[in-house]
Design a protein around this ligand. Structure first.
Ligand code: ADP
Ligand code: MG
Length: 361
């Protein structure tokens, strides 16, 4: 079921200040898709989820689930949370420690007075889906973090919601388990074909799990696109920076070459870049992702510089290179090169013009 949020605004009043947590937020999440709201802590993600779930009352705007208006200031509609058909998974899991796995998952059905036999049948089916069959009688506290998280997911799913909301559900897991769970969740959600709105501040999680990402900052959605669109083509420096690591270089646009690449001059030299329609002489920002650099390759830009520091990450070498007095870039270089670059060494970084972009913003 699609979710449509129109101009939702929420202001919190505390003793000392007014916080505009949501500032006319609008978006549509198509039916059966996973939309992630990605943004820094405090940007309004949880507030937005709570408004959709009905746990928070907006000040203005409208929220639709499919054809049904569940909240509207103008129409005076406010459907209570339990009648919105939404399942929610929280960061804290919020599972009950004194109950067994079965009882935790059965709880929403018991509240609705579903007959015993049907409860048993549905709980078993859901537990199988989240791969927790056989754990029915385990006290919830005697589960690993990842298993507890799956109990929370099962409990959210057991009422057969049309929409699932996730609020940073992986943030209590350790790094390794979090990475594994990303795969599981992505596979699970795409098989389930349920509409899901997923909140996180973790860009890797957002890139991995989403069909589309809406980037939030200070109560507003500032960009929207598929993970690849945002990673490779976002124009807003905040978005470029938030969704991955990036080098921002300020230079002057001095011309265009016959292939249509923009020529941007820096103190360390001229780079060929993707960018069209900028006037000559304009001060521009060029963005290059660290992994776009290489030590080999022909026909691209060559940036000569001095290594400041280099570390081995296991996946690659991360090298900071000084190009001139005021410019240091971060490059992620394939660790297959036999030796790690040494501080003080001069190296030539190569990058094709396609991965040097003049930002429009
Ligand atoms: P996020 O989930 O992105 O970290 P939140 O939605 O929790 O952000 O919060 C957005 C802003 O609203 C923050 O500045 C936060 O301090 C404020 N806020 C959230 N809930 C309340 C509340 N109940 N009372 C006052 N301010 C709140
Ligand atoms: Mg939050």
């Amino acid at each position: 079921m699609e979710v449509k949020v129109t101009r939702v605004t929420k202001v919190f009043h505390t003793k000392t200040e007014r916080v505009r947590a949501l500032d006319e937020v609008s978006f549509l999440c198509p039916s059966g898709k996973v939309l992630t709201l990605l943004g820094p802590s405090g940007c309004g993600k949880t507030t937005l989820l709570r408004c959709i779930a009905g746990l928070e009352e907006p000040d203005f705007g409208e929220i639709r689930l499919g054809e049904r208006v569940v909240w509207s200031k103008e129409k005076g509609v406010s459907v209570p949370p339990e009648r919105r058909g939404i399942g929610m998974v929280f960061q804290s899991y919020a599972i009950w420690p004194h109950m067994t796995v079965f009882e935790n998952v059965a709880f929403p059905l018991r509240v609705k007075k579903v007959p015993r036999a049907e409860v048993a049948r549905r709980v078993r089916a859901i537990l199988e889906m989240v791969q927790l069959s056989g754990f029915e009688n385990r006290p919830a506290t005697r589960l690993s973090g990842g298993q507890q998280q799956r109990v929370a997911l099962a409990r959210a799913l057991v009422s057969e919601p049309k929409v699932l909301l996730f609020d940073e559900p992986l943030s209590n897991l350790d790094a390794k388990l979090r990475e594994a769970t990303r795969h599981e969740l992505r596979t699970f959600l795409s098989h389930l074909k349920i509409t899901a709105i997923y909140v996180t501040h973790d860009r890797a999680e957002a890139l991995a799990i989403s069909d589309e990402i809406a980037v939030m900052n200070q109560g507003k959605i500032v960009a929207r696109g598929t993970p690849k669109e945002l990673y490779f083509f976002a124009d807003d420096p905040f978005v470029v920076d938030f969704i991955g690591r990036a080098n921002f270089l300020k230079g002057t646009l001095v011309g265009y070459d016959p292939d249509g690449f923009a020529l941007v001059r820096f103190p360390f030299g001229v780079l060929r870049c993707v960018g069209q329609g900028f006037p000559l002489g304009m001060e521009v920002t060029v963005v290059i992702r660290p992994e776009s650099f290489s030590l080999s390759g022909e026909g691209g830009n060559v940036l000569s510089g001095r290594v400041i520091s280099a570390i081995f990450t296991g996946e690659d070498y991360e090298v900071r290179v000084s190009l001139d007095e005021n410019t240091v870039v971060l490059a992620k270089l394939e660790a297959t090169f036999p030796t790690i670059p040494q501080p003080g060494e001069t190296i030539e970084l190569r990058v094709t013009p396609q991965w040097c972009r003049v930002l429009r913003a």
